[in-house]
Design a protein around this ligand. Sequence first.
Ligand code: BTN
Length: 267
Amino acid sequence: MFVTSDYKKKLNTQWLGSEFRYLEQTESTNSLLKSVPAEELAHGTVLLADRQLKGRGQYNRNWLSEPFKNLTFTIALKPARSDTLSLLALAAGWGIVRALQTVYGNRFYLKWPNDVMISGKKLGGILVESVFNGSSLDRVLVGIGLNTGQMNFPKELPHATSLAHEFGNPPAREEILCRILEYIEVAYRKWQRSDVQLIHDINDSMAGFGDWVRITVNGEASPEKVKFLGVNPEGHLVILTPEIEVKKFIHEQIRIFPDHPPGGKLP
Ligand code: BTN
């Protein structure tokens, strides 16, 4: 069971996660925070559940996570700006990668659009959902699933891994969560200020950045490799074709298949 008092003792952020809710079980932390009235939801609230009955992933997939073993939580944000929300998802991804790097070293990376990876395997993912009230942004829900302690994975998830599987006994989940929130807070501040350093940070942690990679666009494999020029300040993915044409894509449109993670070959 996740111990809220341990979490509160370890939390070292200025605002993110100060409002914290724990549930032993819910359908989905993202779905639950969508249904809370705006006035009852503080900016920076974190909701963590130890078991999700209908955990949701990207591309309308289910998010399967062994109860009580991993981290499944949602951060509710109420930003003043509603542009570049896809960059916000990447910023959260960078926060997770950076936090894990501070514990284990430099082997974690992001895979477009929102996967947290190690050694070619998926360790976690992010599902960002925005709720609008008419044309004004009411809240952004950053849902994060990170496999920490799970040792066995169902056959539907052949490419999944966990911290325990890669490194043995991980630190307490309360501690990992606090570390992640610290770095997401840093990334959020940069996102708010349109700090260009955030773009560099995200690109540096992204598999395939600067390489010629295979891609699919709207599900169709592109016939030739393209050069992955990185993410731009709008949060679009930018590529260069062999015909020297620069193209931009939003995250649902494109998937990339890098040969290796940032900085080297897959082990
Ligand atoms: C992905 O497909 O990679 C994104 C997975 C996101 C899962 C998290 S777990 C907490 C939150 N609640 C959900 O239902 N989904 C997100």
